[in-house]
Design a protein around this ligand. Sequence first.
Ligand code: XIL
Length: 465
Amino acid sequence: MNRSPRRRVLAATLSTTAALVVAGGAVLLSAGNASAATTLGASAEASGRYFGTAVAAYKLSDSVYSTILDREFDMVTPENEMKWDATEPSQGSFSYTSADQIVSHAQAHNQRMRGHALAWHSQQPSWAQSLEGTAIRNAMINHITNVATHYKGKIYSWDVVNEAFADGSGGGRRDSNLQRSGNDWIEVAFKTARAADPAAKLCYNDYNTDGVNAKSTAVYNMVKDFKARGVPIDCVGFQSHINSGSPYTADYQSNLQRFADLGVDVQITELDIAGSGSAQATTYANVVKSCLAVTRCNGLTVWGIRDSDSWRASDTPLLFDGSGNKKAAYDSALAALNGGGTTTSPTTPTSPTSSPTSSPSTSPPPSGTAGCTATVSLNQWTGGFVATVKITAGSAKISGWTTGVTLPSGAAITNSWNATATGSSGAVSFTNVAYNGAVNAGASTEFGFQGTGAGPSATPTCTAR
Ligand code: XIL
């Protein structure tokens, strides 16, 4: 249950006053966020978000590369390895070796995965490039089913369809063999992906949509239509390849917000910013702050680690130089992550004796209020369900959480993500994993589980550490 910001402030004020009384006024209030994290991933996690990068499988053996990857990032997108040409080089014959290598690396380092990309006009294998009509439509459906099934349960969000809209003022679809198979190809792709991996968030991803313009408005109208008609779409990815031809504009945040207001998550999926020095650093901070200001902006991914890893290396658009040193852009992105998200009010004492109504005792604060609260949203069908649980910290930062649900008889959990489950039927509890235990005051994080039978109907309990 979400408490309104006003009520949260009131509760914090009451407990501060009480603590002052109990301790006879000798209370030192420390201001600000005393525990600013020192890596991009940890800083993003403090507001329930992620900070990711594109990864190339062949670079994992480069120790400078993998050291930065595993220190800084908690989300990974394969730069090329999950694309159609890589995963289905000849029709009906699937090849997952390089992509699997990235997934294994990510799992071993507590990093989540963004899948990229199931259906796209570019980087199609040559056999697909020559197909039209029903042949390309059926090939697309088969491709999505196979790849999404292979990675079922391992992908946080999939770029189901990439770059389907045209540039310029027309606001229409891009011509391609997929588009020529019929205007409904995008919704067919999303429905196919949902059937194969119901737990993954399904995203539409594009570039030159990083502000309010004809192209982003065309995407917006499609998402609105999908939501109205129940076509499964959960998120929109904004590539954000920023340069002088495609600059960061003042409406970046309001553009993210208008999509979020349609009821989808938004994610910055391929961020790189041409330039250097303080100008580049400022734009990085602006993009990060824009995401943090939008509750449904789940996280950001940069498109590579060092400038030399970039697909546009001559633009020096990334956060680390060619030797792996942090650039000014890194420092400002980190500072923005640590300063933004939720505005942290001065730390208030939360000692158990601070309750104004209780006599001096050691009774803990009531669970689910001072510590954390949990809400569940269910996607149910006959015989099964997917549950997404949102954990929200109360008036103080928490460093871990456990939440409990009760399943109706006959129901059983088959799979969960972003949490460790104890039990699979009846009373089941879920505890945070390494990357999502820390949640700032008032901020949220999400995990999910899938099961057979009916989903839980009551509000989950939440206990914070
Ligand atoms: C790029 C990769 O970075 C390059 O290595 C590859 O040669 C071409 O594709 N939009 C996308 C990404 O969705 O997949 C693209 O990645 C960059 C533009």
